[in-house]
Each structure stands twice: as structure tokens, then as C-alpha cells.
Ligand binder design. Structure first.
Ligand code: HEM
Ligand code: HEM
Length: 192
């Protein structure tokens, strides 16, 4: 059987997009949980400006995540280490697909949510980001999207914990190159 050779590590674009999106998502999760707990009675101004900032960063994540998905569909990732079982292959694939669903689904649900409300979506104060047409004034729909946004964010937290655990297991227990090939400036190990 002929095997198509693949690059030993992820492309530079894939690595940059992985880490930029990862940092932004972690910031969005922490920020979202923080500002939604600020009281309007005592911190109204801070809460409103953090919400605006959260929306603008989130929409940036949406654009980057779509670009990343396109990159992923057009660039084959490096093959997984040979010693991994079929189950591990399937678990890795399922996790990665779910991640793509979440990194696009969470900001999309956020955009749908705020498209239903009347406040404008300011993009870092530079311009008003358009709303998705057809939802303005539909507050019930906005509330549903808020719930979807929130539950997907909780799912992302669980998945990130699993993902980091898997990456560290590969690096420190299996001692393969799975983590190294996704790190910038680190040479992939020779062993798979
Ligand atoms: C990029 C990924 C994003 C992540 C990980 C994220 C995460 C979160 C989290 C954890 C919360 C707090 C939980 C809650 O809903 O009460 C939250 C709240 C919120 N998010 Fe996002 N978000 C993202 C993108 C967006 C986008 C693109 C928008 C809108 C354009 C948005 C709009 C909002 C709003 C309006 C709230 C607060 C609702 C309230 O005040 O109760 N989010 N987000
Ligand atoms: C919000 C945080 C994160 C998200 C959304 C995320 C998402 C993803 C996705 C979608 C992939 C699949 C790449 C592809 O084939 O297209 C991936 C791969 C990977 N991620 Fe993350 N990641 C996050 C954080 C992290 C962290 C903190 C680490 C390290 C501790 C990490 C280590 C890796 C590694 C090593 C791979 C490559 C796995 C392989 O070769 O199969 N990620 N990540």
C-alpha cells in the first residue's frame, strides 16, 4: 500500500492560527465569565465597555476561525504517530471537529444574539459591525441564542481541559512529537 508522505509538523499558518485563536478564546471565556458577573448598579460603565470589547474580539475570532477552517480543508495535517490506536485516532478527530464547531458556533451564536437586540455592535469604536438581518427586535430569539452561546462556552471549557491533558500526555508520557509539531520555534522530535 502506498502512503502519501505528509509534512512532519503543522504549517506555520496553522500553528499561528491555532495559538492566536487559542489565546483569544481563553481570554473571551475568562472575560465573558468576569463581565457578566459585574453588577449594573455599581459597574455599569465598565460592564458596557467590556461587553463591547468582548463582541469585537469575538467577531475577530469568528473571521479567524473561518479562515482556519478553510486552511485546514485545503492543507493536510501531519499524520498521527504510528503507535496510536484506532480509538485514539477517532478521539483526536472527534475532538478537533468539535473544536471547529465551537470556535465558529460560539461567536456565531453571540452575533445572532446581539443581532436580535437593539444596541449597535461597535467594532473597537472604528465602525459599526453589521447585524445579521431579520432578527432585530426578536428578544426571545436573542435569549435562546444567549443560552446557546453560554452552553457552548461551557462545552469549550471541558473540551479545552481534555485537549490540554491529551497534549501533555503525548509530550511527557508517550514522548512523541504531537505537541512539538504544533509549537512555534520548537523542532519536532524524531520519534513520530
Ligand atoms: C469568540 C468566542 C466567544 C467566547 C468564547 C464567548 C464566551 C462568552 C462567555 C463565557 C460569556 C459569559 C456567559 C454568559 O453568556 O452569560 C459570554 C457572554 C456574552 N457574549 Fe460572548 N463569547 C464569544 C464571542 C461573542 C461574540 C462574537 C459576541 C457578539 C457579537 C458575544 C456576545 C456576548 C454577550 C452580549 C454576552 C453577555 C450577555 C450578558 O450581558 O448577559 N460573544 N460570552
Ligand atoms: C482555546 C484553546 C484551544 C483550541 C480552540 C484548540 C483547538 C485545536 C484544534 C481545532 C486542533 C486541530 C488542528 C487541526 O488539525 O486542524 C488543535 C490541535 C492541537 N492543539 Fe489545540 N486548541 C486549544 C488549545 C491548546 C493548548 C493550550 C494546547 C497545548 C497544551 C494545544 C495543543 C494542541 C496540539 C499539540 C495539537 C495538535 C494535535 C495533533 O497533531 O493531532 N491546544 N487544537
Amino acid at each position: 500500500m502506498s502512503v502519501t508522505p505528509t509534512a512532519p509538523r503543522y504549517t506555520r499558518v496553522a500553528v499561528i492560527l491555532h495559538w492566536v485563536i487559542a489565546l483569544l478564546i481563553l481570554g473571551q471565556l475568562a472575560g465573558g465569565l468576569f463581565f457578566t458577573n459585574l453588577s449594573f448598579a455599581t459597574h455599569a460603565e465598565l460592564r458596557i465597555s467590556l461587553t463591547q470589547f468582548h463582541k469585537a474580539v469575538g467577531l475577530t475570532v469568528l473571521v479567524l476561525s473561518i479562515a482556519r477552517l478553510i486552511w485546514r480543508l485545503t492543507h493536510r495535517p501531519p499524520a498521527l504517530p504510528v503507535g496510536m490506536s484506532r480509538m485514539e485516532h477517532m478521539a483526536a478527530k472527534a475532538t478537533h471537529i468539535l473544536f471547529y464547531v465551537l470556535i465558529i458556533g460560539i461567536p456565531l451564536a453571540g452575533w445572532l444574539m446581539v443581532s436580535a437586540y437593539k444596541n449597535p455592535i461597535s467594532y473597537f469604536g472604528v465602525f459599526n459591525w453589521p447585524k445579521i438581518p431579520g432578527f432585530e427586535g426578536q428578544n426571545d430569539f436573542g435569549e435562546i441564542m444567549h443560552e446557546v452561546h453560554e452552553y457552548m462556552a461551557f462545552a469549550a471549557i471541558a473540551l479545552i481541559a481534555l485537549h490540554i491533558g491529551a497534549a501533555l500526555k503525548h509530550h511527557f508520557i508517550n514522548k512523541d512529537n504531537v505537541l512539538a509539531r504544533m509549537l512555534p520555534l520548537v523542532k519536532a522530535r524524531n520519534k513520530d
